[in-house]
Design a protein around this ligand. Structure first.
Ligand SMILES: *[C@@H]1O[C@H](CO)[C@@H](O)[C@H](O)[C@H]1NC(C)=O
Ligand SMILES: *[C@@H]1O[C@H](CO)[C@@H](O)[C@H](O)[C@H]1NC(C)=O
Ligand SMILES: *[C@@H]1O[C@H](CO)[C@@H](O)[C@H](O)[C@H]1NC(C)=O
Ligand SMILES: *[C@@H]1O[C@H](CO)[C@@H](O)[C@H](O)[C@H]1NC(C)=O
Ligand SMILES: *[C@@H]1O[C@H](CO)[C@@H](O)[C@H](O)[C@H]1NC(C)=O
Ligand SMILES: *[C@@H]1O[C@H](CO)[C@@H](O)[C@H](O)[C@H]1NC(C)=O
Ligand SMILES: *[C@@H]1O[C@H](CO)[C@@H](O)[C@H](O)[C@H]1NC(C)=O
Ligand SMILES: *[C@@H]1O[C@H](CO)[C@@H](O)[C@H](O)[C@H]1NC(C)=O
Ligand SMILES: *[C@@H]1O[C@H](CO)[C@@H](O)[C@H](O)[C@H]1NC(C)=O
Ligand SMILES: *[C@@H]1O[C@H](CO)[C@@H](O)[C@H](O)[C@H]1NC(C)=O
Ligand SMILES: [Ca+2]
Length: 581
């Protein structure tokens, strides 16, 4: 009854009135699915909040263009029968006249399962209801790592599975049903369902593609933190390289190596624009030993670096650094880029592409000794201390005695323990594919937190698993019909890169994806935009893997097939007896 009244109000009244009249707790309560709509899920009707938000202005984001939006901000909670853990979900519902039969699930970053205001506007501006969840961790501000241990040594397994894949799946199933009722979507009209997220949010996207294939029509996945056991421990690899070589480079020395690498490799892609679009050619043709002896200088500074990813760095005061690049520093850099091998020379993991910054290798200045010292990368330190050793701690206090083999052991331990929850590498996407789903997967070619090759390797695992009997070219063509991978020239981790400001970023992915799903317009290349620097606003197109960009006359983009380049992304993980997808 109430719903009918609201609908009447929407069709007759002015726009502001329609959002205001629809956006009430009672209308939400009437729109909630029945208890048990998902087996065991019980809604707390008294928890419903609803408030209209007008003229919310969002700008400067990399995952969606600037927009001013109106929506109904709603939250409520539910429980699972037999558990007192309460799960809070939030949905931004667009104004009824702007609703376009779309639902968008969003995720988080690092150990946060949601990034509401950073992600949800990217659906509302395209007429999608945008949802997020607190995972049952206690509040929207509580991260998974805060609740993962019940006590030293005792894992809170429900929280692992909620973070792993379950919470976002439930949020989507509930959100889609709520959306249909709230807007009175006719039974015979299709509600398109999407997911968008980057980093941990990208892993969450894959968790859905792998385990809830029937729930989504389109997944937009950036630089996913998949292969979790390897990915997290790998943050410590740079530190172990420094300890093994016993050299702790001043940050300025590593920055100089990065700058020289960028200068040398920028033109290899056919266009001298300060952007390394072909890190593969850099790997094939540039030898970093040529940087030895070059002088570097950085003024004294108080710096703080923050990213969306796992690498959290505190503010620090650094003295002026003035010197020449040493052979030891180049050796540290080259060994990091080679990736992790065990003591028998077997490959255990991969590293960042040439030209990416060396965040995991950052050292700390000791003002007593005047020396640069080991600074244990917090993302890796917390993983080992909390998730492997099960101590309620944020970091390791020492890497004493830790070798490459220790790191490999940690990767194996993590993979065994979290194979069915966090690892997120199942390569069989049959259910998603048979449902007609489409995937846009992108990854910065200069990502400093999640190796770019991690995405390439997963793409190839899916190709081989889905099309085991086809040739490389036939299987690639078949896969591209529904799953396309784009490497983003010069881009950092889920972000633009200040060291390569002319690089583009795919900011309109939702638009591109909805055209693909709803209108059959295949993104042969991915739409992207330069978001900083002198060319801000310029449009660029990104090549679909395995094709690689090359600018023929310094201006015209071609997407070329180059076997030697493809082969630089081909890894044989022979340190494991099990396949590493
Ligand atoms: C939103 O902005 C529009 C255009 O600037 C203005 O007319 C309207 O009053 C604003 N609404 C609210 C609720 O602030
Ligand atoms: C949405 O509502 C929740 C619950 O009242 C509130 O905590 C949150 O700040 C609101 N968000 C916005 C963007 O208004
Ligand atoms: C590296 O290049 C950036 C410009 O991209 C510059 O600001 C910085 O000073 C350079 N660093 C070194 C050590 O030369
Ligand atoms: C780089 O050059 C050095 C010195 O000439 C050589 O020892 C080394 O093998 C080269 N590295 C590669 C990867 O070719
Ligand atoms: C760096 O050190 C060199 C040699 O000691 C000196 O000539 C140069 O002026 C120094 N540069 C700066 C900017 O301090
Ligand atoms: C600096 O080095 C001294 C001498 O080795 C050591 O005692 C001290 O703990 C170090 N300071 C920090 C902040 O690590
Ligand atoms: C991790 O611990 C080490 C050693 O105690 C410390 O140097 C480093 O700054 C810590 N890192 C973070 C991110 O807290
Ligand atoms: C958990 O272990 C850490 C050290 O591993 C210790 O500092 C802390 O007190 C322990 N907490 C509890 C509740 O036992
Ligand atoms: C695969 O396709 C590319 C062009 O897309 C072509 O250059 C290459 O020769 C093909 N490889 C085989 C084995 O047919
Ligand atoms: C492509 O990006 C440009 C900005 O670079 C934007 O104006 C345009 O709307 C986008 N097209 C699609 C289909 O997303
Ligand atoms: Ca270039």
């Amino acid at each position: 009854m109430h719903r009918a009244l609201s609908l009447l109000a929407w069709s007759c009244a002015a726009y502001a009135t329609s959002l205001r009249s629809a956006c009430t707790a009672s209308h939400i309560r009437d729109s909630l699915p029945e208890d048990g709509y998902i087996l065991g899920v019980i809604f707390d009707h008294s928890s419903v909040t609803a408030s209209p938000v007008y003229n919310a202005s969002h700008s400067g984001e990399v995952f969606f263009p600037d927009a001013t939006i109106n929506y109904c901000n709603i939250t409520f909670s539910y429980t699972h029968t037999g558990s007192d853990q309460s799960v809070i979900v939030g949905y931004y519902m667009p104004s009824p006249e702007n609703f376009k039969n779309r639902f968008l699930a969003t995720g988080g970053g690092a150990y946060a399962i949601q990034s509401g205001s950073m992600s949800a506007p990217g659906g509302v501006m395209y007429g999608a209801v945008s949802g997020f969840t607190d995972g049952g961790f206690g509040s929207m501000d509580t991260d998974f790592d805060d609740v993962f241990l019940l006590h030293n040594g005792t894992i809170n397994w429900p929280s692992v599975y909620m973070f792993g894949y379950e919470a976002i799946k439930e949020m989507t199933i509930i959100g889609k049903q709520l959306t249909k009722t709230f807007y009175d979507v006719a039974d015979n009209s299709k509600l398109y369902s999407y997911y968008q997220g980057c980093s941990e949010g990208g892993r969450e996207g894959w968790s859905q593609g792998q385990r809830a294939g029937e729930e989504y029509d389109g997944l937009i996945i950036g630089a996913p933190a998949i292969r979790y056991a390897q990915q997290q421990a790998n943050h410590l690899y740079s530190n172990v390289v420094e300890r093994t070589i016993d050299y702790y480079p001043p940050p300025c020395e590593l920055e100089k190596i990065v700058n020289e690498t960028i200068s040398a490799c920028d033109p290899l892609d056919g266009r001298a624009d300060g952007v390394v679009a072909r890190s593969d050619l850099c790997q094939l043709y540039f030898n970093m030993t040529s940087i030895i002896g070059k002088s570097y200088y950085c003024a004294a500074s108080t710096s703080s670096t923050l990213g969306l990813g796992f690498g959290k760095r505190q503010a620090s005061t650094e003295p002026a650094q003035n010197g020449t690049v040493t052979a030891e520093a180049v050796s540290v850099a080259q060994t990091i880029l080679n990736g992790l091998y065990d003591s028998q020379g077997r490959r255990a993991y991969i590293s960042y592409q040439m030209g990416a910054s060396f965040d995991d290798a950052a050292t700390t200045y000791n003002s007593t000794t005047g020396e640069w010292e080991l600074n244990i990368a917090g993302a890796g330190g917390e993983w080992v201390a909390r998730f492997l050793e099960l101590h309620d701690e944020d970091n390791l206090s020492t890497l004493e005695g830790v070798t490459y083999d220790t790191l490999v052991g940690w990767m194996k331990q993590g993979m065994t323990r979290y194979m069915d929850s966090l690892q997120t590498t199942l390569p069989d996407l049959t259910e998603f594919y048979e449902n007609g789903g489409k995937i846009i997967h992108f990854h910065g070619e200069q990502d400093e937190s999640i190796p770019t090759g991690s995405s390439v390797h997963y793409y190839d695992s899916v190709r081989q698993t889905m099309y085991p009997k086809m040739t490389y070219n036939s299987s690639t063509s078949a896969l591209k019909e529904w799953y396309r991978l784009f490497l983003v020239p010069g881009a950092a981790h889920c972000a633009t890169n200040t060291a390569q400001p002319n690089g583009p970023f795919p900011q309109t992915n939702f638009e591109v994806m909805s055209r693909w799903v709803e209108n059959g317009i295949v993104p042969q290349t991915l739409n992207a935009t330069i978001l900083q620097g002198e060319h801000i606003g310029d449009n660029e197109q990104l090549c679909a893997w395995p094709l690689r960009p090359y600018w023929r006359d310094g201006k015209t983009l071609t997407c070329e097939y180059d076997q030697a380049s493809i082969d630089t992304f081909d890894y044989n993980f022979d340190a494991y007896k099990l396949p590493l997808y």
